[in-house]
Design a protein around this ligand. Sequence first.
Ligand SMILES: NC(=O)c1ccc[n+]([C@@H]2O[C@H](COP(=O)([O-])OP(=O)(O)OC[C@H]3O[C@@H](n4cnc5c(N)ncnc54)[C@H](O)[C@@H]3O)[C@@H](O)[C@H]2O)c1
Length: 347
Amino acid sequence: MTFLVTGGAGFVGSNLAIRLKSRYPKERVIAFDNLKRRGSELSLSRLKQNSVEFVHGDVRSISDLNQFGEVSTILDCAAEPSVQAGLDGATQYLVDTNLLGTINLLELAKKYRSRFVLLSSSRIYPFKVINNLKYKETETRYEMADPIIGKNGISEEFPLTGERSLYGATKLGSELLLTEYASMFSFEYVINRCGVIAGPWQMGKVDQGFLVLWVAKHIFGGNLNYTGFGGRGKQTRDLMHIDDLADLIVTQLDSGLSNDLYNVGGGYERLVSLLEVTKMVEEVTGRSINIGSIPETHPNDCIYYNTNNSKVTNRFGWKPKRTVIELITDVKDWIVNNQNLLKPVLS
Ligand SMILES: NC(=O)c1ccc[n+]([C@@H]2O[C@H](COP(=O)([O-])OP(=O)(O)OC[C@H]3O[C@@H](n4cnc5c(N)ncnc54)[C@H](O)[C@@H]3O)[C@@H](O)[C@H]2O)c1
């Protein structure tokens, strides 16, 4: 079998490729990436050490993707993953990579009846609808006014009408096309609509990968800001450890992909505000830094997101296991153990 992991030098792709190779050691695992993301080149030696084959290439190019011959499983992890991408007018790369790239992979899957795993996003849900739900403000966070809805989180039944960012639209478009290709050409698929994922080997930056950025700034020093929703750091997200996602995907591959879509995330027990993250990062690193305040909210930003994992739990018996403190500790250890390598990218 050949596993093709696009975006295979990126955060999610590299971690999944290495997990696949350890789970299926006799199979060929290819990490395919154009190294567009700053810091993704740092994964290359790690991929090699773990016997994952790296191939430099671009998902926008059909001929780059056709070089492998038969591919049995595709993990679609190449993307411009920032929800703010395109706001500066540079929309072409985002759309070509996230949407056209997926279409190119679907053409491959059509040819070889490859199993297809799509890394989709909670950002397919319209942010204005989420922001217009009722919230109450506590000392440290915004919480859903209705505690039951708050605890249950956002399920796959959440309304889809409204703007969701160009990033979210490319993901929803990819989902729709995957569903049609898979049905017409009879291949297995799964769509995982992930909330915030974090962990070692994420090259965190302001607009994507905030948890790693937070830990890195506490270790290397530098400035951070609470941006948006009044600038008080009370917006909340549920956080999922990359190893929990890898557990799920291996389970899905082993038990059959199910031809369905799932919300996947940290859930209520891993729901934290930025203010709360700061406190935890201070505890884990033993350091504190000044954090400024920018009250204005970025376009496309969301005040709150909490995943309802019921459907994925019922189908695959999967639940996230690692706590937020474990996640922050793993990120801290990774940064401390690789300071020289990571400082130029993360500081
Ligand atoms: N990290 C998260 O919190 C999160 C949440 C939900 C969904 N996702 C999805 O998971 C996937 C992986 O995201 P990530 O966090 O690993 O991002 P990442 O930026 O770390 O990885 C993406 C990789 O894709 C590569 N890439 C970009 N354009 C390419 C192209 N045209 N051809 C080939 N490679 C290209 C980049 O160099 C990078 O290594 C994405 O589809 C993203 O939308 C991520």
